[in-house]
Design a binder for this molecule. Structure first.
Ligand SMILES: [Zn+2]
Ligand SMILES: [Zn+2]
Length: 232
């Protein structure tokens, strides 16, 4: 029996619209607004395509563009977004745990599969995967955001403080080069690290992981969320 009481009577959006909804949900939640130009970049489509899809999505009541502050998801849009994000994250776990797909490959693979998963299968996945609260990259399931509340961007950590990496932001998952780099360097949820130098004029910081030192630019470091004061 499904554990959520939300209405499933609305027909599921097309895969394209689901991709939009998912990205828009995360944008609105984590950055406070939906920026069409950024969305175009992230979904790898032309701005005109985004405008056209927005019109269709508004017609189908997934979003509202009438507000003074740009585009927002409607309640139905948010429910549909939550649904596809849950399927995405459960698929990522299935790939990691059962099929041993490396963590930098799961996001793209999951994107191809998530649209085809029925509510019944989703529920089975949720149960057999132990009802996870975050994806393998540490991003929260919709409704489980509280779990990640105390984690701060790596850029906010003072030099010398020991921290544990907990989350690689969903939007970093969109960059295979960055994800591959992080995995190769061992910068993963659960990794212990310490900031040993910050160079604000250079927009870089250097962290230590075991014996190794890795320098990251601020844009990449902002995608990494860490837990502070773990074993103080
Ligand atoms: Zn993902
Ligand atoms: Zn993920």
């Amino acid at each position: 029996m499904p554990h959520t009481g939300k209405p499933e009577n609305q027909p599921r959006p097309t895969p394209t619209v689901e991709d939009y909804l998912m990205t828009m949900y995360v944008m609105e939640r984590d950055y406070g607004e939906i920026i069409a130009a950024r969305l175009a970049e992230m979904l790898n489509v032309a701005p005109a395509t985004v405008a056209m899809t927005f019109r269709r999505m508004e017609r189908d009541q997934w979003l509202t563009g009438k507000g003074r502050h740009g585009v927002h998801l409607t309640e139905t849009g948010r429910a549909a977004a939550s649904s596809v994000i849950r399927r995405h994250m459960l698929t990522e776990w299935l790939l990691v745990k059962v099929l041993k797909v490396p963590i930098h490959k799961t996001h793209d693979e999951a994107h191809n599969i998530e649209h085809a998963i029925s509510p019944e299968l989703e529920e089975r996945m949720r149960e057999s995967l132990g009802d996870p609260q975050v994806c393998p990259h540490g991003n929260p399931f919709p409704g489980a955001e509280e779990v990640t509340r105390g984690w701060v961007p790596l850029t906010e950590v003072p030099v010398g403080e020991k921290v544990v990496v907990r989350r690689i932001h969903e939007f970093a998952e969109n960059s295979p080069e960055l994800l591959t780099f992080l995995v190769e360097q061992g910068i993963l949820p659960g990794s212990q690290t310490e900031v040993i130098e910050t160079l604000p004029f250079n927009q870089t910081l250097t962290i230590r992981l075991g014996e190794k030192q890795v320098t990251l630019g601020y844009p990449a470091a902002r995608f990494l969320f860490v837990e502070r004061a773990v074993s103080a």
